[in-house]
Design a protein around this ligand. Structure first.
Ligand code: AHR
Length: 498
């Protein structure tokens, strides 16, 4: 049985905001210390940033990086991370039970972001901090000069404001594990009051309110409705977070989990639109899916890590081939709602549940999930197109009617290119695919990239960094009006046309 897909220039979902390919660096494990920053490393620059890691990140064209957390931010005093480094305090870090040396903070991270060709998405602490700290950090970062906070930044060596545009109002405030966890009412009020003063300091900024920390939360989706009831006219985005796992070793179900992501996004949009209707508002709320990934491989190892160390190897998931397929499906889910999901952050970027791994003092390498993220970031910019798909389906105990084909296309008018991203979820068989090109008739094939592996559990390691990597021998054939491709079993495919 084959799958078919129809694409057309005029069947538009919406413009892909480049920030859909954002990522995340938290003061957690070896993300910062040993990841992006390691002054003793042979490839460190004059500020202590690893240039090998910077190069990999620049290659990914990451548009925005969320920072400094995560759970970390809810106990973080941003003032600990500014001023002379030798005077910075070491702190007990309660979210991840480590010691935070504060050698990287706001100014260093802004420098790093410039070097990485990316923007900063700053999360403010709404766990132990409140309105006053939320306004002062915007003033320190974004106000030109002539006030206590802006002049302090200048005194610290940063004449020009950082002009951070995107700010998260806290992190996962619905979660009981969060430092300073709040009810939806408490958070909604605090987020509103913080939003007001932050925008009074700098009206050009954009704000993200916390949605649920996963769709499994008991308070989902009432949390969203209540929080938006307070904040609707004052924030620009609502956040979503979701991680996926294959703890039971049920790969067909694992590969189908992106259907749950589709459903999650759909429900959050419906909730936003319900509040919009209730308020008779003209404003459309957009979504920021600012934490998403596969996360489970490191769970047991993390339980054995002794507390109160600096930068222990926490959350170091080693990703296999099937994880890359899931990440591919999740990217397709985001693209299918590019009309409403304007930002998203692959959580995270280096060492901590990340596409890039490093050894302290040693090399950096690409995990399996690096590749679908890279391809989507490089080739998934433009207009997302409605994927009209017919595909054979399968059922698992938990999820039924799962199409073997997961796919979407993106049309880049500037480059005159259209790219089909497709996953074959079938673990046993090749899936023949025909793409009806309609208004793209006459295109030629640039390349058909494939990520495939006989072993679903194959991983990339320091010793064998290229065990799983893509090739360009996909063999798609383009005729005047259609693409004929044979999608290898359990594969991620990028069919690029011009
Ligand atoms: O990304 C790891 C953690 O997952 C983040 O700190 C938190 O926000 C989420 O629970």
């Amino acid at each position: 049985e084959r799958a078919t897909m129809i694409i057309d220039k005029d069947f538009r979902i919406g413009e892909v905001d480049p920030r859909l390919y954002g990522s995340f660096i938290e003061h957690l494990g070896r993300a910062v210390y040993g990841g992006i920053y390691e002054p003793e490393h042979p490839e460190a620059d004059e500020q202590g940033f690893r240039t090998d890691v910077l190069e990999l990140i620049r290659g990914l064209q990451v548009p925005i990086v969320r920072y400094p957390g995560g759970n970390f931010v809810s106990g973080y005093d941003w003032k600990d991370g500014i001023g002379p480094k030798d005077q910075r305090k070491k702190r007990l870090e309660l979210a991840w039970r480590t010691v935070e040396p504060n050698q990287v903070g706001l100014n260093e991270f802004a420098d790093w972001a410039r070097k990485a060709n990316t923007e900063v998405m700053w999360a403010v602490n709404l766990g132990t901090h409140g309105v006053e700290e939320a306004r002062s950090i915007v003033e320190y970062s974004n106000h030109a000069s002539g006030t206590y906070w802006s002049d302090l930044r200048i005194e610290h060596g940063y004449e020009k404001p950082h002009a951070i545009k995107t700010w998260c109002l806290g992190n996962e405030m619905d979660g009981p594990w969060q430092i300073g966890h709040k009810t939806a009412e408490e958070y909604g009020r605090l987020a509103l009051e913080s939003a007001k003063v932050m925008k009074w300091v700098d009206p050009s900024i954009e704000l993200v309110a916390c949605g649920s920390s996963s769709r499994a939360m008991k308070t989902f989706p009432d949390w969203e409705a209540t929080v938006l009831d307070h904040t609707y006219e004052h924030v620009d985005y609502l956040s979503l977070h979701q991680y996926f796992s294959n703890r039971n070793g049920d790969t067909p179900t694992f590969l189908a989990r992106s259907l749950e992501m589709d459903d999650f996004i759909h429900t959050v949009i419906a909730t936003c639109d319900y509040v919009k209707a209730k308020k008779r508002s003209k404003k459309k709320m957009y979504l920021s899916f600012d934490e998403w990934n596969v996360w489970y491989h490191s769970n047991d190892a993390d339980k054995k890590i002794a507390p109160w160390q600096v930068a222990p190897p926490q959350l170091e998931d080693v990703y296999n081939h099937e994880d890359a397929l899931v990440v591919g499906c999740l990217l397709i889910s985001l693209l299918k709602r590019a009309d409403r999901v304007k930002m998203a952050c692959l959580a995270q970027l280096v060492n901590v549940i990340a596409p890039i791994m490093t050894a302290n003092g040693g090399p950096a390498w690409r995990q399996t999930i690096f590749y679908p993220y890279l391809h989507a970031s490089l080739f998934g910019r433009g207009q997302a197109l409605v994927p009209l798909i017919r595909s054979p389906k399968y059922d698992t105990k938990e999820i039924t009617d799962v199409p073997y084909l997961e796919a979407v296309a993106v049309h880049n008018e500037e480059r005159g290119e259209v790219t089909v991203f497709a996953v074959n979820r079938d673990l046993e068989r090749t899936l023949p695919l025909q793409v009806d090109l309609r208004s793209f008739g006459g295109c030629r094939l640039i390349e058909h990239i494939v990520l495939e592996h006989d072993d679903l559990k194959a991983v990339n390691t320091q010793a064998e960094p290229d065990r799983v990597k893509p090739h360009t021998n996909g063999g798609a054939i383009v005729s005047d009006s259609a693409v004929e491709a044979r999608l290898a079993k359990a594969s991620w495919n990028v069919i690029r046309l011009k």
